[in-house]
Ligand binder design. Sequence first.
Ligand code: MIC
Length: 645
Amino acid sequence: MIQNLTQKILAAHLVEGKLEPGTEIGIRIDHTLLQDATGTMAMLEFEALGLPKVKAGLAAQYVDHNLLETDNKNADDHKYLQTACARYGLHFSRPGNGVSHQVHMERFGRPGFTLLGADSHSTGAAGVSMLGIGAGGLDVALAMAGYPYYLPCPKVFGVKLVGQLPDWVSAKDVILEMLRRYDVKGGLGKIIEYYGPGVATLSATDRETIGNMGAELGATTTLFPSDERTRRYLESQGRVDVWVELAADPGCSYDEHAEIDLTKVEPLIACPTSPGNVKRVQEVAGIKVDQTITGSSVNSSFRDLLVVARIVKGRHSHPDVSFHINPGSRQVLENIADAGGVMDLLLAGARIHQSGCLGCIGMGQAPGTGQVSLRTFPRNFPGRSGTKDDQVYLCSPETAAAATLKGVITDPRELGKEMDYPRIVDPEKYLVDESSIIFPSPELATTEVVRGPNIKPLPHFEPLPESLSLKVAIKVGDNVSTDTIMPAGNKVLPLRSNIDAISEFVFYQLNPDFHRECRALGDAIVIGGDNYGQGSSREHAALAPRYLGVRIKLVKSFARIHKANLCNFGILPLTFKDGRDYDTIQPGDVLDFSELRQLLKAGAVEIPLRIGKRVITALLDVSDHQRRHLLAGGTLNFIRNSLAR
Ligand code: MIC
């Protein structure tokens, strides 16, 4: 049978269902990934399953998000994670060792393997042709316990790359071109598979950039063939033994198709406040810039930092620009130091930070009031930087470097008038030092798990009742991200293992009193528009509203991970059958759902609800698994009940 590469990898991992887009499939997961912001909750969930040890082939826990120790909380959580990893057999990457995506690719990524990560940017595993999927912590905890991962079988969107990127244009511009064309919903329900002669012109870390930000298209994940470039990368990491060649069969078909001529890609920039608000850099050139940050979740590789170092070499950052560098890993930092890049950056005035996510998740680096920040990050949702009404632009390292020197947004090709484009060649052999990763061992399995005062028990939720009468707690519009539902930042992130405390921040940006008002309503419902819950994988955007009494979310359409998280925590994800009904519901309205339990048990897709005298229809498009979990009041209840049986 002639198959594209996605079909081949999915077929090799399929344990349930058929590869028919839209139907539910279960796939075997080879590697699991946790980071500390989602990891504390996921680890508590794994512990709740009562297993002595992880069953996944390789399970890794990275400490990259909660790096600012402003009180006991983050350090307490890290101690919990380190001891739990030792006890249950996970690899533990210590604080400062780097961002999960970058480090996993360097040390563990394997072509053709599956990775389930409690971080939406786990899709960056595409850099080494791994099928990396972002999911809520509970789904990852289940994969750690050896359960398959269930997801709607995606369509495959084939994107043919031809040509080669011109000077001053790089991989970030390719994914921004995709976002310019297809916006933040364009990848929903799809895996994006790149192929064609242009692929060979992109390095493994270029592919990581494109895969990582495929999450911004709403895509399930991204895939590249495993070729000579992949082999070279793995060889440079001393891991050529895991390389295999992988490609789509000649003549295979794709559900959708597009082509990008790399020679025509221009420097692009995503303007405030959406990764889909993409313009040509030239269109916004001249805007005064106050801060640039290269690195973090994406564009934090050797090439990305060294290209900035070479551009600013022998010059100094503009006096009005705060110039930041966030290396993706300790390995990246060591290698750019070895190549002389660290000195060039320091002399040019760079503020070089520890390896980690930092400003990308609002953990420091917030811009000042009204200030413009150019970042190579993947996301610029409103307020995500930590500053109200922030002006965050997303761009390539080249564009960030140009603004660093000029003090205004500048098309990096302008620099070509002053200097040659520094084309960076990746090291043939990276300096590799794994001493900041603690590998699991039988000796460590006797470690006692240390739970500091910041680790609170998981809340318990009741099963779905027969009927529900719900007050509308809030009504929001289209493309509301999980950053709006459950913000991050250095004040909120340390509360990720304390649901009672973190629930005070639900919808905080829209209404700081939301948590109090919502609790006062008793059982509540949230009304939303299209692509509700886009962005991160954080399950707290489901868990914390459920804790406040939200039982149903009724929206025009959902983003994939958030919808799965809602099912995991017993919140019904309903959509309007007729989108016009959205306009007729207002905050404070009471929505009655009778015989809800019966309807769910009977497998009903149409769910009637009454608003006063009017009856409208909502749709429940979930799998049989999810239906059972919803009835039980959430996935953990369901699993506990079945284990008890
Ligand atoms: C993000 O980019 O929003 C994050 C930080 O990577 C999140 C993880 C989180 O919220 O902890 C994600 O995308 O999953």
